[in-house]
Design a protein. Structure first.
Length: 300
């Protein structure tokens, strides 16, 4: 097991909660027909088969461009620009989520931004542990809600395969994923994903034995359990697409499959080794889709 049982269960719990919040947000915008705020809505007339097929390359290119830009800004230590980038995304994402509570109020999208502002400031510039993880629960559902109208089941499957291949290359081959994660945590003091700092049982025992006067001088090794934002948002996008096209039950099977894949990784991964999470999550998602399709065939 990569982390202790308590930390592993917390990571899984946050993952699952975020997935179901994602269903709520996607249901609000893509199923119930409420428009996304801030000019992000997709005209309904354009949502045809050709549109989905033609939009996939645009999403892939945008993803590649974002990764290259992130690497470039990291290489030249443009920390302030990176923080502004994260700040803008977080502010808008929280606004999109809050807007689901008062969708028919004309000015509420802008009021939502006012409520989101202090959370975004705390998250980016103050590094509050609780605020960071609490906001992560709603940021990825909001981001997913933007992409769900642009995809159908076949294009999202292709996207999952491509992302999984990239994840394997970035972790096992190039190491770029570890470098970006370390840079975010150590230099920017932020991280796009869940993170839980904790100390081992051995270290806790040493702390108890150490006099309080010496604790400040003592170096304490802190472990970090992390789950990247991409590992959270792509399952939400997939379950959202399934929800919009096939209903709630198949979407829940997607969540269960994704959770199964992540659980396998967390419980069987070795300590001090890096693993790409998306291949495991994608395999679980595909299993969930296949089971839901099989059950549908049996019932009919």
């Amino acid at each position: 097991m990569k982390h202790n049982l308590k930390v592993t269960l917390i990571i899984l719990a946050m993952f699952v909660v975020t997935q179901f919040i994602g269903l709520y947000v996607v249901n609000h915008y893509s199923v119930n027909g409420h428009e996304l705020p801030y000019g992000m809505e997709v005209p309904e007339a354009e949502q045809e088969t050709d549109f989905y097929t033609s939009f996939l390359p645009s999403i892939v290119i945008a993803f590649i461009f974002a990764i290259l830009l992130l690497i470039l800004l990291t290489k030249f230590n443009f920390n302030f620009i990176l923080k502004l980038w994260f700040f803008a995304v977080i502010l808008i994402a929280i606004g999109i989520f809050l807007n689901t509570f008062f969708p028919n109020e004309k000015y509420f999208p802008y009021i939502a931004l006012i409520f989101a502002l202090p959370l975004a400031i705390l998250k980016i510039f103050k590094r509050d542990f609780l605020v960071h993880n609490a906001t992560e629960l709603v940021i990825y559902p909001a981001i997913a809600a933007v992409f769900v109208p642009l995809l159908n089941i076949w294009t999202v499957i292709i996207l999952l395969v491509l992302i999984s291949i990239y994840d394997m290359w970035a972790v096992w081959r190039s190491g770029v994923m570890q470098k970006m994660a370390n840079y975010q945590i150590n230099e920017l003091k932020i991280f796009s994903g869940f993170f839980i700092p904790y100390v081992s049982k051995k270290v806790r025992m040493e702390i108890k034995k150490t006099p309080k006067s010496e604790l400040k001088k003592k170096k304490i090794k802190v472990n970090m359990a992390i789950l990247g934002g991409g590992d959270v948002v792509f399952p939400i996008i997939t379950s959202g697409v399934v929800l919009a096209n096939f209903g709630a039950v198949p979407a829940i099977f997607v969540i269960l499959g994704a959770t199964l894949g992540l659980s396998y990784l967390l419980f069987f991964a070795e300590k001090k080794k890096f693993y790409p999470a998306m291949p495991f999550i994608t395999a679980g998602i595909f299993l969930g889709i296949l089971i839901s399709w099989a059950l549908k065939l049996i019932t009919f």
